[in-house]
Ligand binder design. Structure first.
Ligand code: ATP
Ligand code: MG
Length: 434
């Protein structure tokens, strides 16, 4: 009979006194004279391999004694109940095969007995990612992205992919990475903004994209990456309120799904209490926000963007997710729609948690003349926006949308101190490898 191949987590009562096969990494070995314990780690967790000298083949015992940590092995053996073993079972092997031996010493301790700096961890990220606690972050990230996909598809959005190599800046500015594109200069796109708007002109009505954005952020901070994943939507015939409603329901759905489906992974975050947010989220007007900041000693002149320091102070008053709304038109990109009755402020919003911005969105300007005017007002040249502007001339519906940073979301959800923790291979000013 073929021996059943299992993952650690799948070993159960029915396997007792049966033979199974497991494959994974040597997490730890402990040798006590006539008894060897191997902790085998696989994708799902750990399982104990127990070798009492008396009951296993001499050759298997000899091999087990020499096993190096993090080698990849395959083990076939009998399952026994053992309350002291992780998971409640142990395997008494009748064969162990080394599929690939690991060198020693390891550049990074996977068992996390020796703490390591983030930089060292990132240098050997493939090893760092083997750590169960770190794997948990990415299992949760997977759930987050799956929830995004499920929720938006259920709401009638279709998934699209827009180009990442572009000829014009979305919003101008210095945050672009130029690249050489044959004889021309091109850029890595900093946002799918112009393309998702063009898709409104194309008649798709509701689109979403989960894709990379590239930003040459000037400063090295714990909440900026140079390559991030942005979750974007754009929807026709909705205004800013309409897409805020989608956004807050999406956040709630993500939290609910993670709470329900990721219990095992959440256990790695000892002090974390995942609270599913209530909708609707609070709305805080920009005017009120700068008032709060001023009261706490941080003056922001009306019209200017909120500083990191001011957002921290404002965030103290809001324990849950909240929106900052009604931003001055001058503080937002040219495509944000000014209110008809008060064009000094725009139909724009930021989604916040504490002092951290998670998303920005707005109803967009859909009138061609107003858009040309706004592009000029922010000091950009409308001639550089040829393809984009044309889409506004032949039937552009009113529309709105937002962009939500996947890593910011994960970082805030799991209370990670540094955004780099939420990316497998982060890119920052000093890190291009691995
Ligand atoms: P910030 O002011 O925090 O730098 P932003 O206002 O420049 O952000 P937007 O252009 O509004 O960012 O982008 C939408 C969302 O994309 C942000 O709310 C954030 O979640 C995410 N995002 C933007 N830039 C970065 C970055 N460099 N690293 C990680 N996430 C980012
Ligand atoms: Mg923003």
């Amino acid at each position: 009979m073929e021996v059943e191949v299992k993952h650690s987590i799948e070993v159960n009562q029915e396997d007792i006194d049966k033979k199974i096969k497991l494959r994974g990494w040597v997490h730890e070995t402990r040798v006590f004279g006539g008894l060897i314990f191997i902790v085998l780690r696989d994708r799902e967790g750990i399982v104990q391999i127990t070798l009492p000298k008396k009951f296993v083949e001499a050759e298997v015992f000899k091999l087990a004694k020499k096993l190096r940590r993090e080698s990849v092995i395959s083990v076939t053996g009998m399952v026994k109940e053992e309350s002291k073993a992780p998971g409640g079972y142990e395997i008494i092997p009748d064969s162990i095969t080394v599929l690939n031996e690991a060198d020693a010493p390891l550049p990074l301790d996977v068992v996390e007995k020796v703490p390591a700096e983030l930089d060292t961890r990132l240098d050997h990220r493939y090893l760092d990612l083997r750590r169960p606690r770190i794997q948990a972050i990415f299992r949760i990230r997977h759930q987050v992205l799956q929830s995004v996909n499920n929720f938006l598809c259920e709401e009638g959005y279709i998934e699209v992919n827009t180009p990442k190599i572009v000829s014009t800046a979305t919003e101008g500015g210095t945050e672009l990475f130029p690249i050489s594109y044959f004889e021309k200069e091109a850029f890595l796109n900093q946002s799918p903004q112009l393309y998702k708007q063009a898709l409104m002109a194309a008649g798709f009505e509701k689109v979403f994209e989960v894709g990379p954005i590239f930003r040459a952020e000037e400063h090295n901070t714990v909440r900026h990456l140079n390559e991030a994943i942005s979750i974007d939507i754009e929807a026709s015939f909705l205004d800013h309120e309409g897409v805020m409603d989608v956004l807050e329901r999406l956040i709630k759905r993500i939290y609910s799904d993670v709470a329900e489906n990721c219990k095992k992974y959440l256990n790695y975050f000892e002090n974390l209490e995942l609270r599913i947010p209530e909708v609707p989220f609070k709305r805080l007007k920009y005017d009120k926000a700068i008032e709060i900041a001023a009261q706490k000693g941080e003056e922001i002149p009306w019209g200017e963007d909120l500083t990191t320091a001011s957002l921290k102070l404002i965030g103290e008053d809001f324990p849950d997710h909240y929106f900052i709304v009604d931003w001055p038109t001058v503080s937002k990109p040219f495509y944000a729609m000014p209110f008809e009755d008060d064009p000094e402020i725009s139909k724009s919003f930021d989604l916040m948690i504490g002092g951290l911005e998670l998303a920005s969105g707005a109803q967009r300007v859909h009138n061609y003349d107003l858009l040309v005017k706004r592009i000029g007002e922010v000091g950009l040249n409308p001639e550089n926006f040829g393809f984009y502007l044309e889409t506004f001339r032949y039937g552009m519906p009113p529309h709105a949308g937002w962009g939500l940073g996947a890593e910011r979301l994960l970082m805030s959800m799991l209370e990670l101190k540094n955004i780099r923790e939420s990316v497998m291979f982060p890119r920052d000013r000093n890190r291009l490898v691995p």
